[in-house]
Design a protein around this ligand. Structure first.
Ligand code: NDP
Ligand code: 2IT
Length: 450
């Protein structure tokens, strides 16, 4: 379709080296063809042109002092993509690989993900090339304070509400929130993922992982399957991976893998969750520590990985949960998963599968839950945290978890029904992208040319 190829041309011309952003845009716009053909209003209103260029991109320098007294300088940004249906909402990523193309792929995805949650949230994302690894608490605090010294003027409970992502968890949100409060003298739900004593929500920590498993359950229910007693593979070993494993174990499934930036663990007897939490949440150590403490665990360092493969996806499994980072599952890996009988892939990470890997899953007609649907549980409970902050009323764990569960069911049903409506039965990529797009695009049209 000419409109779609023109949009890809525009994105590549305006943002030539932002490859991850090109990939995310391509994945979305190519699946929108049925709705763009059926309703000419979207092209007539230049909706895609307005969606691929963010409302605003804020770039800034963060200057801070390390423990040795040396001045350190990092680059940071917040990209406010679209607020047609609610305040900009999305995480902050602190990782040395962060660049504008990565933040923009994440922010673009967030627009559609947030639209799917049924809550009123627009899309945004931010971050820095700061590397939290090996930094002391004092260094993390000074970096977060310096980051907020610039960011505070752009955010607010009804404007833009950041949260966590890779490298940003409860500790970082605490330091960021403290500095926001100090600078503005305002106590408000300006960040989510806060601790319980000062406005946080129960279930936010668990939400992305739990939600991703709830989403897998919904996909499997359609095929009269479930997770009980099934071998599952999980990548990553951070927030999303840990709570994916916790929920899988609660349901009687057997997760057998985890990975980090240095290597992977294959633990045939099933992952020891308490040990994983101790190594990653408390000690913030490498998974080598897990292998040292557990005999049944086989550790493979990254130096031993075969070229162009992620060994996690070569372990036979019934269901796979990519929960580390973008493009961590390529065509080779997808083929290996399918050959070994994998029936379900539910993405906890954002854009973990390459486009050709996604095509392979769709072609094989397995249950495939794209990240923007399957991992929307995190931002959904962030939305529920905002609701609790606005009403000054904390909710119980049970109630919040029930709301999360319902939202994941609703997202699945919406994506599944939308796929059917547009002649792509069972294709949740088409279903989720069209459902998210339609809500945002119609809202933009309602609100005029802006
Ligand atoms: P964490 O920082 O808690 O954990 C990230 C994990 O992935 C760590 O185990 C890390 O290894 C590993 N990792 C990160 N980068 C790489 C890399 N380049 N290669 C190999 N491993 C890597 O982040 P989260 O668990 O929060 O995020 C994981 C994914 O889930 C991301 O894609 C994020 O965007 C997505 N997501 C997160 C949500 C949330 O609520 N937190 C919500 C929705 C999606 P190491 O321990 O060595 O650093
Ligand atoms: O990618 C994501 O959805 C997140 N990192 C969570 C965002 C949020 O605002 O909770």
């Amino acid at each position: 379709m000419e409109y779609i190829s023109n949009i890809m041309k525009l994105v590549k011309e305006k943002y030539p080296i932002q490859h991850e952003f090109h990939q995310a845009v391509r994945e979305v716009v190519e699946s929108l063809e049925p709705i763009l053909k059926k309703y000419k209003k979207y092209e007539a209103n230049a909706i895609l042109e307005r969606l691929v260029i963010p409302d605003r991109e804020i770039y800034f320098r963060v200057t801070w002092v390390d423990d040795k007294g040396k001045i350190q300088v990092n680059r940071a940004c917040r990209v406010e993509f679209n607020s047609a249906i609610g305040p900009y909402k999305g995480g902050l990523r602190f990782h040395p690989s962060v660049n504008p193309g990565i933040i923009k792929f994440l922010g673009f995805e967030q627009i559609f993900k947030n639209a799917l949650t049924t809550l009123a949230m627009g899309g945004g994302k931010g971050g820095s090339d700061f590397d939290p690894k090996g930094k002391s608490d004092g260094e993390i605090m000074r970096f977060c304070q310096a980051f907020m010294n610039e960011l505070y003027r752009h955010i607010g409970a009804n404007t833009d509400v950041p949260a966590g992502d890779i490298g940003v968890g409860g500790r970082e949100i605490g330091y960021l929130y403290g500095q926001y409060r100090k600078l503005t003298n305002r106590v408000e739900g300006v960040l989510t993922g806060k601790a319980l004593n000062w406005g946080g929500s129960l279930v936010r920590t668990e939400a992305t992982g739990y939600g991703c498993v709830y989403f897998a359950q919904e996909m499997l229910k359609e095929k009269k399957e479930d997770l009980e007693g099934k071998i599952c593979t999980v990548s990553g070993s951070g927030n999303v991976a840990i709570y994916t494993i916790e929920k899988l174990q609660q349901l009687g499934a057997i997760p057998v893998t985890i990975s980090d930036s240095k290597g992977m663990i294959y633990d045939k007897s099933g992952i020891d969750l308490a040990l994983l939490k101790e190594v990653k949440e408390i000690k913030r150590a490498s998974l080598e520590e897990y292998a040292k403490a557990k005999k049944s665990a086989k550790y493979t360092p990254i130096s031993k990985y075969k070229k162009d493969t992620n060994p996690v996806w070569h372990i036979p499994c019934f269901a796979a949960f990519p929960s580390a980072t973008q493009n961590e599952l390529n065509l080779n890996d997808a083929k290996a998963l399918l050959q070994n009988g994998c029936k379900c892939v539910s993405e906890g990470a954002n854009m973990p599968s390459t486009i050709d890997a996604v095509h392979e899953f769709i072609k094989a007609k397995i249950c495939y839950g794209p990240g923007k649907a399957a991992n929307a549980g995190g931002v959904s409970v962030s939305g529920l945290e905002m609701a609790q902050n606005a009403s000054m009323t904390p909710w119980t764990f049970e109630y919040t978890d029930k709301r999360l569960h319902q939202i994941m069911e609703d997202i699945f049903n919406n994506a599944n029904e939308t796929a059917k409506e547009f002649g792509a039965k069972g294709n949740l990529v088409v279903g989720a992208n069209i459902a998210g797009f339609r809500k945002v695009a119609d809202s933009m049209i309602d609100q005029g040319v802006l």
